[in-house]
Design a protein around this ligand. Structure first.
Ligand code: GLA
Ligand code: ZN
Length: 677
């Protein structure tokens, strides 16, 4: 079931179950929503206690009434299944539904997201309520999509999960414990297993040094969550509801491998809450832009921005107000990166409990004459104006590999730098370099199809699995460009080190071998200095921190060298011709300015053309295509006016016709794709 929309979805979480003693509120909210250009609400995310007040006693009439009235008023519903928080009666009667933590303590009833994904009872109860909801709403024209549960995450170490884990391992290792012992290197510290029954999930009170066990546990948690989602979705489909299904994912969340969950859903969505403090607005926006590009690439099509905050959240270290303009610019940035919706948490602020001070479209004052309401309405009105762009797709020429299993393996291992390897930072710096080159980018796992990209960037690809080295080799051989960094090609999918030299399988592609890697303290730094007349025209030196790889060259050429320490003059940036393509190797953890200069120099050298020529610094440019038209979005999160030169024949869709982009605002222009040279 594909997700399609002819306009941008604009709305967010709405919790009428918190207001059921106030009939008047619904009417007032609808008036206000219409005024704010809201065309969607997400209902029922945490409404199980109201939908099934006691076991088997369902009451969906209140929900039906609201879905009906909202629809009559032009507001569609994304309907949630309620498994994110269970009613008291369920946990009281069936304690197995509650989680056991890694130290093997059972949680009490409370909070949300506290359930065992394995428990047959929980799966059954979720199936039943989902089925009821789907029976009720399967033919309702107002139901746009299903929002399964809420922000899946966390793990359970209960006996049911332990047994399921053992079954999973037994299947994976074909019932052969010797195979498992070998893959996990258990001869070390006498950890050899003699039976699958001995295996326990990792615990701070037990096993925590077998990284193969840790990796399989994380994979199992993802698999178990996937099966849970499958069960939720199957109930909906079984009841005959065919609307598209989504799950809302989270920023930088490494508890699950999202890439493995996408097969269960029809459209990807996520919740974006940038920290608009502690760094520049440009950086705040770009860090979430990277995640937009990650979420979009999961399904290679438009995604939904399921939640964002119309002003301050209540859970970040400081509850910073969004300054004027940010709400709209951040919403449009999501759209620029491929979102077909801008949704908020929440439409109406609750009166009590944990989220009473969380920003909302309608706050406790309850009326429309507020700054936040005005900015939200203005955003909705802009989305209406540009509705022809909804559904347009992104076609990126660049892939940036950001792989969560790689992160699990690298960050868990005791190795070259136990005070922080900086994987996410390395990915982010590479991302910023690609954006500085004015390019669209798909942020993808290493299992993603890579054959259509011109440039593949692999920061710290420590783990190589499923033959990714072969895909990278084929890419370069066929004329593609590869950028790889230090601490790559070190281990296989079990975290077993490759023998015979690293980066494994790519030494000839890169024309070098990594011989040793030096680790720097937080206070130390080295320098990366250009060699004269280097092919990239680099003239500046850059700082290097954290990790410095010492490579031995075969066919590679040196573009930059270390400036300090006993390895001064050894290569710090290399290039190598391989087949019809070229591979670059960045030897050290270079500062951001290196990436901002060097990635654009590489793309320029290989004629990978950005979307806007002479792009001013700090602007984020993205494109979406539909039919024969490309829509180019330029986001300016700086406090200064910027100007771009519009391509010949371009037509401004939003913003100033002369290419001037006001502080904290967005310019959109369209151009014909057939006019591409
Ligand atoms: C998450 C949840 C929401 C809400 C918001 C608050 O994203 O999904 O239910 O708690 O945070 O920011
Ligand atoms: Zn469990």
């Amino acid at each position: 079931m594909d997700f399609k929309t002819r306009h941008f979805i604009f709305g967010g979480d709405y919790n009428p179950e918190q207001w059921d003693d106030r009939e008047d509120i619904l009417e007032e909210d609808i008036r206000l929503m219409k005024k704010a250009n809201i065309n969607e609400v997400t209902l029922g995310v945490f409404a199980w206690a109201k939908e099934e007040p006691s076991e088997g006693q369902y009451d969906l009439s209140w929900l039906r009434k609201r879905v009906d009235i909202l629809y009559e008023n032009g507001i569609e519903t994304i309907l949630s299944t309620p498994s994110g928080a269970r009613p008291h009666w369920l946990a009281d009667k069936y304690p197995e539904v509650l989680r056991v933590d890694e130290s093997r303590h059972k949680d009490l009833f409370g909070e949300r997201h506290n359930h065992c994904y394995t428990s047959p009872v929980y799966r059954e109860k979720v199936w039943q309520i989902n089925h009821k909801l789907a029976e009720e709403f399967r033919h309702h024209p107002g139901i746009k999509a299903w929002h399964i549960s809420n922000e899946y995450g966390g793990e359970c170490h209960c006996p049911l999960c332990q047994q399921a884990f053992r079954n999973y391992l037994s299947e994976k290792f074909e019932g052969n414990i010797e195979k498992l012992n070998h893959a996990w290197w258990t001869a070390f510290w006498s950890k050899t297993y003699t039976s699958f029954d001995q295996i326990e999930s990792p615990s701070s009170r037990g096993e925590r040094s077998i990284f193969g066990l840790y990796l399989e546990w994380k994979r199992f948690v993802t698999k178990q969550t996937g099966e849970f989602i499958k069960n939720e979705k199957a109930a909906i489909r079984d009841a005959g509801a065919m609307q598209p299904v989504t799950i809302n994912m989270m920023y930088e969340f490494d508890g699950l491998n999202y890439a493995k969950l996408t097969k269960y859903i029809d459209v990807a969505s996520w919740d974006s809450y940038p920290e608009w403090f502690g760094h520049s607005d440009t950086d705040a926006a770009l860090s979430h832009a990277m995640y937009h590009d990650f979420i979009r690439a999961l399904k290679n099509k438009p995604f939904l921005l399921m939640e964002s905050c119309p002003t301050a959240t209540n859970w970040q270290p400081v509850s910073k107000l969004k300054k004027p303009g940010i709400v709209k610019a951040a919403g449009l940035s999501a759209v620029a990166h491929g979102a077909d919706s801008v949704q908020y948490f929440q439409i109406r602020q609750g009166r009590g409990s944990f989220e009473k001070f969380h920003g909302a479209v309608i706050d406790h004052y309850g009326k429309e004459d507020t700054r936040v309401f005005r900015e939200v309405s203005d955003t909705g009105s802009t989305l209406k104006d540009i509705s022809k762009i909804a559904g347009a797709k992104t076609h990126a020429k660049v892939a940036l590999i950001h792989d969560v299993e790689n992160r699990w393996a690298m960050e868990k291992s005791a190795g070259p730098r136990n005070c922080g390897l900086g994987y996410y930072d390395a990915v982010m710096k590479a991302y910023k370099g690609i954006k500085a080159a004015g390019l669209d980018v798909d942020v993808v796992s290493m299992d993603h199809e890579l054959s259509d990209y011109k440039l593949i960037v692999c920061p710290m690809l420590y783990m190589l699995r499923n033959g990714v080295e072969e895909k990278l080799r084929a890419h370069v051989k066929g004329g593609g460009i590869l950028i790889m960094t230090y601490w790559s090609g070190i281990v296989d999918e079990n975290d077993l080190c490759y023998l015979g030299g690293t980066p494994f399988g790519l030494m000839d592609v890169l024309g070098l071998r990594s011989e040793e890697i030096d680790s720097l303290t937080d206070e130390e730094e080295n320098e990366m200095c250009p060699v004269s007349d280097n092919a990239l025209g680099i003239t500046k030196s850059y700082k290097a921190r954290k990790l410095c790889d010492l490579v031995v060259l075969d066919t590679a050429k040196t573009l930059m060298e270390y400036g300090k320490d006993w390895y001064a003059k050894r290569p710090a940036l290399c290039e190598n011709d391989f087949g019809k393509g070229k591979a670059y190797y960045i030897c050290a953890d270079a500062d951001e300015d290196f990436y901002l200069d060097v990635i654009p120099a590489i793309t320029k050298r290989h004629r990978i053309k950005g979307l806007v020529s002479n792009l001013p610094k700090e602007l984020d440019v993205c494109s979406r295509e539909k039919d024969d038209t490309r829509y180019v979005f330029v986001s300016n999160f700086t406090g200064e006016e910027k100007k771009i030169s519009l391509p010949k024949g371009a037509k401004v869709v939003l913003g100033n016709n002369d290419g001037v982009i006001d502080p904290i605002s967005t310019l959109i222009f369209e151009e014909s794709i057939s006019s591409d040279s």
